[in-house]
Every structure is written in structure tokens, then in C-alpha cells.
Design a protein around this ligand. Structure first.
Ligand code: ADP
Length: 151
């Protein structure tokens, strides 16, 4: 028996969780797809954030729901506008790595007021997108920890 309280054990456990334990599969679109097609992809794939990649599959930008809504207001030709015109682009994209602490990634989501981070792997040419970390993933981690009866 360690003599630790439930809340001490909970904190200890929480501080060890890595991003890869809770990350989701990323949904990516090419920089040249239209805003119209990106909206369709967002609905079909049931995600709130799309990651934009270039022809070499390297991270190029991020598209949120509001980015797509903003572009849609008063625009008739959504099939003509490529997403690279409206996305948040590199180097302004905030990323994380699979071995980062979940708590640190969560702090970034709060500080930057965003819903998702691409999980990337560094290559010689740039960042390859290997996952997606969202507020939903963090909620899931919290609920699982709260349910853990050993704590
Ligand atoms: P929404 O705009 O739908 O509320 P977000 O809060 O995630 O969704 O996005 C707010 C803004 O921040 C958007 O313009 C979006 O492109 C941008 N954004 C989202 N995720 C990131 C990220 N990981 N790095 C940089 N910018 C981001």
C-alpha cells in the first residue's frame, strides 16, 4: 500500500498519458480540393477539423468548421475556390507529436482556443500527418480515468 490518496493516484496517472493513447485517425484533404468538396468530406467523415496536405502528403494547413462557414457566406462558387485560399497555413499550424503528454497537448488546445491538433512525424521534407488529437479525445481520457475503480 502506497498511502497515496485517490486524487494523488489520479494526478500521477494523468501526467503519464501520451497523445498516442487517445489520438484519432486524421482526415486529410489535398490543398487543391474545393471548399465544396472539403465541406462534403467534413460531413462524410464526421469530423470538425480537416488537415490539408500538399501533393507530397506533407502538412500544409488546417480547416475548421468556421473556416468553411466563413468562406461559404455570400460565395456562390464554392466549387471553384481551392481550400488553400481559406485555410490556416503553415507556419501558423500548431502540431503535436505522438509521444507528447496528453496534458500538454490539452493545454495547447486551451491556450490557442482551437479544437484539434495534427499529430505529426518529422520527415526530411516536412511533417507527415499521422493522427488527430481533439477535445473529444481529451474528454474520453477524463471520463475513462474517472471510471477507473482502482483509483
Ligand atoms: P472553429 O473555427 O470551427 O470553432 P477551431 O476553434 O478549431 O474551430 O478553429 C479556430 C481557428 O483556428 C480556425 O481559423 C482554424 O483554421 C484555426 N486552427 C484550428 N486548428 C488549428 C491548429 N492546430 N493550428 C493552427 N490553427 C488552427
Amino acid at each position: 500500500y502506497t498511502g497515496k490518496t485517490g486524487s494523488e493516484l489520479l494526478t500521477e496517472k494523468l501526467k503519464k498519458i501520451k497523445v498516442h493513447e487517445y489520438q484519432s485517425i486524421p482526415v486529410v484533404v489535398n490543398e487543391n480540393v474545393s471548399v465544396y468538396d472539403a465541406i462534403c468530406t467534413m460531413f462524410l467523415e464526421d469530423v470538425g477539423t480537416l488537415f490539408v496536405v500538399n501533393d507530397r502528403s506533407l502538412l500544409f494547413g488546417v480547416l475548421s468548421r468556421k473556416d468553411l462557414l466563413r468562406a461559404s457566406i455570400g460565395n456562390q462558387d464554392l466549387r471553384e475556390i481551392p481550400v488553400h485560399i481559406i485555410m490556416t497555413r503553415m507556419p501558423n499550424v500548431t502540431i503535436c507529436h505522438k509521444d507528447d503528454l496528453l496534458l500538454e497537448a490539452g493545454q495547447i488546445l486551451i491556450d490557442k482556443q482551437i479544437d484539434a491538433l495534427p499529430v505529426v512525424r518529422e520527415t526530411e521534407e516536412g511533417w507527415e500527418v499521422i493522427g488527430r488529437l481533439t477535445k473529444t479525445n481529451l474528454t474520453k481520457a477524463l471520463v475513462e480515468l474517472g471510471r477507473d475503480e482502482r483509483l
